[in-house]
Write a protein that binds this ligand. Structure first.
Ligand code: CYC
Length: 169
């Protein structure tokens, strides 16, 4: 599991190069955004249960078939599994936010997810929607908390959405 700095060092060490200006710019931007990313992660940690709940309610309002007979989130067990998955996306998203790097998402969340979802009939489209809704809720809360650049929260969630969408092809 790697963060922005260790990833960069590994890349340069692989070819025995000193850090050049592009590497140093990228490290600088990692540190420059550090305070915002940490503040945003604190907002997520403090509101996690509420964020997941609100995102679930909104998703099931927008795609009510999911919780009707025949829907993948129908029955209490599957409804709970769906919200638990959303909680995974939120928690790991907050780790990747702090790390400034998606490695933890690839390693712990996204690998093998398509196979699992396909074999269980979990629909990818609505899952991506759920992550998008969650991102919007986080954005609003982070903005409310006065984080200078609320857009810092987008990256991990965009990454998961993109990866899931690609996997569904
Ligand atoms: C930390 C990394 C990690 C992830 C990501 C993960 C996902 C994950 N989601 C699962 C199930 C599930 N996931 C969903 C999710 C949904 N159904 C819907 O209709 C919605 C669109 C969506 C919620 C947004 C549901 C309903 C199940 C249960 C499916 C079943 O058992 O039939 C399962 C099968 C095993 C289980 O039920 O626990 C896994 C492994 N597990 C992990 O360890």
């Amino acid at each position: 599991m790697r963060d922005a700095v260790t990833t960069l060092i590994r890349t340069y060490d692989n070819t025995g190069r000193y850090l050049d200006s592009s590497a140093l710019d990228s490290i600088k931007s990692y540190f420059d955004s550090g305070f915002d990313r940490i503040q945003a992660a604190a907002v997520i940690s403090a509101n996690a249960a509420g964020i997941v709940k609100e995102a679930g309610v909104t998703l099931f309002e927008q795609v009510p078939e999911l919780i009707r007979p025949g829907g993948n989130a129908y029955t209490t067990r599957r409804y709970a599994a769906c919200l638990r998955d959303m909680d995974y996306y939120l928690r790991y998203g907050s780790y990747a936010l702090v790390a400034g790097n998606p490695d933890v998402l690839d390693e712990r969340v996204l690998t093998g997810l398509r196979e699992t979802y396909n074999s269980l009939g979990v629909p990818i489209g609505p899952t991506v929607m759920g992550i998008e809704i969650m991102k919007g809720i986080i954005r609003a809360k982070v903005q409310e908390a006065g984080v200078a650049d609320p857009a810092v929260v987008d990256y991990p969630f965009d990454y998961m959405m993109r990866s899931l969408s690609e996997l569904s092809i």
